[in-house]
Design a protein around this ligand. Structure first.
Ligand code: UDP
Length: 331
C-alpha cells in the first residue's frame, strides 16, 4: 500500500488531500504542529505526528520510522497580508522549513515531493489567464517565499534526482462535498468564509478591500477553485511524477470572479444578504489572478468536478452552517 507523508494535513487544503488519499486506500502520516491546523481536521485513518518542521530531529525520526512514496508539503505560513507586515519571518519560515524537509526526504531515499505553491508567484501578471510560462515576479514576501522553495527544489532535482511537482494554487475554497472537512482559519482572513459568516450574522459586515482596481466592477478578480478539485490535482501530480520528471502546474477553475461577484454568489446560494462596506486596498493584492490550467489538464487528465462558483459556495455554506464554531465543535 502506498504511504505518504503530508505536512500540514490538519490544515484546509492538506486535510482535503488526506481525505483524497485515504479514499483511494493509501496510508497517510500527517505531520502538523497544530498552530494553524486542527486535530479534528485530521481524518480518521491517518496517523498524526504532532511536530514542528523546525524540529529537524523529529522530522528525521519520522523518516526513520516510515518509508514514504512521496511527501506532500502543505505546512506553511500563507497569508499575503501578514507577509507584508513580517516579510523576514515569512521568508525564513517557509523557505528554511521546506528545504530542510526536502533534504530530510532525499536523505531518507524519498525522491517524490509535491509542493503547495501559489498564484502569488506571478505578482501583477504580464497576461491573463496565467499559464506556467508567465513572468515570475511576486508582489509580496509570501509569493517570493514559494518562488525560493521552487528554485531550491529545482536544484535538488538536478543534483539529487528529486522529482517534484510545484502546484500553484489559485484561491482554494469550498469544502468536502460529503461534509467531512471544511475551512476554519484563526484568524479567518479569506473572502468566502468571511462573506458566509457575515450573511449568517456570525461576524461583522465584510469589508471589500478596494473598489478602484482596473476591473469591470473595480474589485479584485480571483480564480476560486474547489478544494476537493485541488486535492485531486495532487493525486494527478503524484501519478505524473511516476512516469515523468518534475512539473509545475497552475491550478484554478479558469474562471475569474470579483469580490462583488463572490458576495453575489453567497447571497444567491444562501438567500440572505451579505452585509458589506467598501474599504481601502489591502497591501500586496494584485488586481487579477486567473489560472490557465491547460497544462495540468493536458498532461494528467485532471478535470475539475466542482468548478462553478455556486458549487464552491454551496459546499462552503453547508459546512459553516453545520459547524458554527468550526472544528471547535468537533473537539
Ligand atoms: N477580500 C476582501 N475582503 C476581505 C477578505 C478578502 O475584499 O475581508 C478580497 C481580497 O482583497 C482578494 C480576495 O478577496 O482580492 C480574495 O482574498 P483572500 O484573502 O480570500 O485570498 P488571497 O487572494 O489573498 O489568496
Amino acid at each position: 500500500m502506498p504511504r505518504y507523508l503530508v505536512t500540514g494535513g490538519a490544515g484546509f487544503v492538506g486535510s482535503h488531500a488526506v481525505l483524497a488519499l485515504l479514499d483511494r486506500g493509501d496510508e497517510v502520516v500527517v505531520l502538523d504542529n497544530l498552530t494553524q491546523g486542527h486535530r479534528a481536521a485530521v481524518p480518521a485513518g491517518a496517523t498524526l505526528v504532532e511536530a514542528d518542521l523546525a524540529d529537524s530531529g523529529r522530522v528525521a525520526e519520522v523518516f526513520a520510522t516510515w518509508r514514504f512514496d512521496a511527501v506532500l508539503h502543505f505546512a506553511a505560513l500563507s497569508l499575503v497580508g501578514a507577509s507584508m507586515r513580517e516579510p523576514l519571518h515569512y521568508l525564513a519560515e517557509n523557505v528554511a522549513h521546506s528545504l530542510r524537509l526536502a533534504d530530510a526526504a532525499i536523505k531518507a531515499g524519498c525522491l517524490r515531493f509535491v509542493l503547495s505553491s501559489t498564484a502569488a508567484l506571478f505578482g501583477d501578471p504580464d497576461r491573463v489567464p496565467i499559464d506556467e510560462d508567465c513572468r515570475i515576479a511576486p508582489s509580496n514576501p509570501y509569493g517570493d517565499s514559494k518562488r525560493m522553495v521552487e528554485e531550491g527544489l529545482a536544484w535538488a532535482a538536478r543534483i539529487h534526482g528529486l522529482r517534484y511537482a510545484a502546484l500553484r494554487y489559485f484561491n482554494a475554497a469550498g469544502s468536502d462535498p460529503a461534509g467531512r472537512a471544511g475551512e476554519d482559519h484563526d484568524p479567518e482572513t479569506h473572502l468566502v468564509p468571511l462573506a458566509i459568516d457575515a450573511a449568517l450574522g456570525r461576524r461583522p459586515a465584510l469589508t471589500v478591500f478596494g473598489e478602484d482596481y482596473p476591473t469591470p466592477d473595480g474589485t479584485c478578480i480571483r480564480d476560486y477553485v474547489h478544494v476537493t478539485d485541488l486535492a485531486q490535482a495532487h493525486l494527478a501530480a503524484l501519478a505524473r511524477l511516476e512516469t515523468h520528471g518534475s512539473c509545475r502546474y497552475n491550478i484554478g477553475s479558469g474562471n475569474g470572479a470579483s469580490v462583488k461577484e463572490v458576495i453575489g454568489a453567497v447571497e444567491r446560494v444562501s438567500g440572505r444578504p451579505v452585509p458589506h462596506s467598501m474599504g481601502p486596498r489591502r497591501a500586496g493584492d494584485p488586481a487579477i489572478l486567473v489560472a490557465a490550467s491547460d497544462r495540468l489538464r493536458a498532461e494528467t487528465g485532471w478535470t475539475p468536478q466542482h468548478g462553478s462558483l455556486d458549487a464552491i459556495v454551496r459546499t462552503a455554506w453547508a459546512w459553516r452552517e453545520a459547524h458554527p464554531k468550526g472544528y471547535a465543535d468537533r473537539g
